[in-house]
Design a protein around this ligand. Sequence first.
Ligand SMILES: [Fe+2]
Length: 260
Amino acid sequence: MQTNLNKEKAFFIEYTDSFLEKGNSTLNENINLKKAHSLRVTDHAIKLAKSLKLDAHSVELAGIIGLYHDIGRFTQYRDYHTFSDKDSIYHGDLGIKVLQDLQKPMLFSSTEWKIILTAIHNHGLPKIEPNLNEEALLFSKIIRDADKMDIFYIVDAYYKSMLKGKRNVALELGLKNEDKLSEGVFKSFMNEEIILKSDMQFINDFKVLQAAWIFDLNFEYTKHYIRETDYLQSIISQITVPDKRALIKVKAENYLASSH
Ligand SMILES: [Fe+2]
């Protein structure tokens, strides 16, 4: 790597700040949200890589991927005014294009660059694509877990702020705020399946989709984090369909307790 994490962080902050516009509070809130998310995911990815006892170079690479995994979010929001990939373009692939335009490939060896691209492409897919080589698979797993650790925190904070009447349409992806839960989403959860964003109709479906990420965690470090923080419990407690909420709660607790 002809770079280091601190240098890239400084670049990232300058890049993301260039999207801010004076007086445009909605835009600025969303840009700052993704900026802060990326910086926290960088830290999660580093700690996770260290927990796996990876060498210093790999730990730094995990941090770089954390920093840049959502780099497509800024042009996505500027150009499409949404974070919904369905209504725009998959932000993982958008991010790859952004990094290419920013001349980032030349800072890395071709092996490192391939790992970075593969991990960014895979970070937001419902499932990791098959047939990745061992290294690309490892870094894809790290970024997916590190990303989820922070999204649990963000969505928990968001649902709590919703209770106080504060909304952010970009985070709700156009879902209906009704006391309903789609039957298919509920069934998928109870079968320990990943839920597709395209199957969501209600905000409650989104809460269940996020809770279902526990079935897709790759490392004990991440499961430990989910057990030790209240985010998952809190998200589940905010599902506004009481009978199904109770079943989801028990299912999630049993799964986490048994999956060491
Ligand atoms: Fe993302």
